[in-house]
Design a protein around this ligand. Structure first.
Ligand code: TMP
Length: 296
């Protein structure tokens, strides 16, 4: 069976292959009606590096790039800040509780720089078009498959939602139906100049139902969909399903993009399947195809 070959891919690590297989089987038996998707964006739906091995941009990097046109001093400050805080984000020794205050500080400062730079809606859109944010290979097919099967998809990002919207528009052609972006959205004044960001602030470690409110439109759409297909790239992403009501099976797939040796053990604790050093959506797509086989 194709799915079996996929699970033997050299790019996959699993702590417990039997449990993973049981989860996939259960999702397959329950079918499309019970399925919902939660995906991170930066370095999950988008690439971490291109085919030449060059780092791709994250949504925040696009903001920094857009700022650098008129305010290089602010862009420099933001880049300096990234170097400092990313160490806390990925520190294998600190607890999540210890990391959170640093994350809040990072995000608040970063958003303040964008406001100080007075970025406009148009500048942001123009900069996205020339930046190096690329959806993973096969991501378009993956996203369209979810859409065509009428399945709800929450893209949960601690990045900047305006960039994500623009990337989907540029690279898929539109924002797929049923796809909901929950992220930090830029707020603009009457001149289309950024004067703030939406609340609550979403950072790496609070990306779960605690930042959602019950009247969000997709709540109706996800009612009764107890099986979660989750994609992430950070350890925090593995908890994006926290608060999903009456959750059945959660299949968690994590992309490990760097520091394979130091991070692998932790990733295997948090994710059912760890995909290493693979910038495509081939593995999630094959698993999805199998889950949908009888119901599509
Ligand atoms: P996410 O991928 O979990 O949604 O998180 C967004 C990433 O953005 C996270 O890995 C940290 C990173 N980041 C920056 O690169 N620059 C920034 O200014 C901020 C606030 C976050």
């Amino acid at each position: 069976m194709k799915i079996m070959n996929i699970l033997k891919s050299p790019h996959i690590r699993m702590e417990n292959p039997e449990v993973v297989w049981k989860k996939i089987q259960k999702m397959h038996e329950d079918g499309a009606d019970k399925l919902m998707f939660i995906s991170d964006f930066d370095c999950t739906l988008s690439k971490y590096k291109d085919s030449e091995g060059n780092r791709c941009n994250t949504t925040h990097a696009v903001i920094e790039g857009a700022m650098s046109v008129r305010h290089p001093e602010l862009a420099d400050k933001a880049a300096e800040m990234d170097k400092k805080y990313v160490q806390f984000e990925y520190c294998p020794i600190m607890t999540v509780e210890e990391k959170i205050p640093y994350m809040v500080e990072w995000w608040e400062n970063s958003h303040n720089f964008a406001v100080q730079a007075k970025l406009t809606r148009q500048e942001v859109a123009e900069y996205v078009a020339k930046s190096r944010v690329y959806l993973r290979d096969l991501a378009k097919i993956y996203l369209k498959k979810i859409e065509e099967n009428g399945l709800p998809h929450i893209v949960f990002s601690a990045g900047v939602g305006d960039i994500i919207e623009n990337v989907f528009k540029n690279q898929v052609g539109y924002i797929p139906k049923g796809l909901h972006i929950i992220s930090n959205m830029m707020v603009y004044d009457e001149n289309n100049t950024c004067n703030g960001f939406t609340e609550p602030l979403i950072h790496t470690f609070n990306k779960n139902s605690t930042v959602l409110n019950n009247d969000m439109l997709f709540y109706e759409e996800i009612k009764g969909r107890k099986n979660v297909f989750l994609l992430g790239d950070s350890l925090g992403d593995s908890h994006m399903d926290l608060g999903v009501k009456d959750e059945g099976v959660a299949l968690k797939i994590g992309f490990l993009n760097f520091n394979f040796d130091t991070l692998m053990d932790k990733y295997m604790e948090h994710y059912d399947i760890v995909i290493l050093d693979d910038q495509t959506m081939a593995i999630p797509l094959e698993i999805l195809d199998y889950i949908l086989e009888k119901s599509s």
